[in-house]
Design a protein around this ligand. Sequence first.
Ligand SMILES: Nc1ncnc2c1ncn2[C@@H]1O[C@H](COP(=O)(O)OP(=O)(O)OP(=O)(O)O)[C@@H](O)[C@H]1O
Ligand SMILES: [Mg+2]
Length: 358
Amino acid sequence: MGCSKLMYLNSKILQFSVPLLLLNNKMNQDLLIRLFKSIEGEKNDDIIKVAQKIIDDETIKGHSKLADRLKNILDKNISSHETFHKELKTLLPNGAFIPTDKRNNIPLATPINQHDLRHEMILPVEVENKIRRIEGEFTARERLALFGLKPKKKVLLYGSPGCGKSMSAERIAWTIGLPFLKVRLDAIISSYLGESASNLKKLFDSLNNYPCVLLLDEFDYIAKTRSNGQDVGEMHRIVNILLNLLEDYDAPGILIATTNIEGTIDKAIFRRFDDIIEIPKPGKEEIIRLLKTTISTIEIDKKVKFSSIATKLENYSAALIVKVAQDAAKFSVIQNRKIVSQEDLEKAVEENRLYNSK
Ligand SMILES: Nc1ncnc2c1ncn2[C@@H]1O[C@H](COP(=O)(O)OP(=O)(O)OP(=O)(O)O)[C@@H](O)[C@H]1O
Ligand SMILES: [Mg+2]
């Protein structure tokens, strides 16, 4: 076996997390067989080509029995790898696809059907206008292009939990009619060295020509500040690749990232967004609208004092206000009253008080 081939194989072994073996001419058959059992990949992968060359060398040396055995192992590994990976790859239009993580074959993003997207939102006027601007710029992208202008493509939404960050991303996709894909950070983050960063890159590469809204939900999980002592090594690598991906992102869709801990995000990451929007907790006016909209399928007693209920719900998240309204509606339905009263609402507020972490 030539020296350069050995060096190449060594580097491949390292890359595929197989323990580094010192290969030399005395490498015994058992070691070769063990090594071959750990090789996996597709026919055109470099590692498979190198393995094939080793088999050829062994045949030339007259070790035909060993060569046959190695070939059987390799063929089996290639076919099980291909079956496994073929099954789960999600094909999308324009030659795009959702790649999977190499180890567990988990898709790196989840598509959500257009009709399942949450979109009926209640937001303060200024926030509503900012979101509409993103939608409007995307819709007018061709007109903007005539003047050498581009719509906002990279948006960061931040704010406290349950106030509509993820929902805003869905609503944007719903309004502009783009497919919606949610990045699966659980699949992206791998315990294998270097794989998290390559997963992230693989996903962005495969969606390069696919117009969609790509949601990096709760992305602080990977974008924690680089000065955070705990997140060394692999996390640094991911943050760096994320910086490059954000910098270069020019796909035909919109990338939306969300976080509820804006203070700890790396400043370098912040700079790379075209727009940063705070999704705040609802004010009194929004609280009343949220209550009324949620209870809209049932009659509401005209005597209900929404203003006093809203005062009690100040500083609550939109999600909790929706829950209060639903609970009040359920009290009235279960008691066959079919009309929601002040008492129903007050009881629901009281019951949900504990959930509110101010
Ligand atoms: N502005 C809003 N208008 C109407 N409903 C809302 C709004 N914000 C939140 N909700 C309700 O709260 C639920 C949760 O919202 P969402 O998942 O968008 O919160 P989030 O900000 O992403 O929270 P987290 O930080 O926990 O991920 C929604 O499904 C919806 O019922
Ligand atoms: Mg969310």
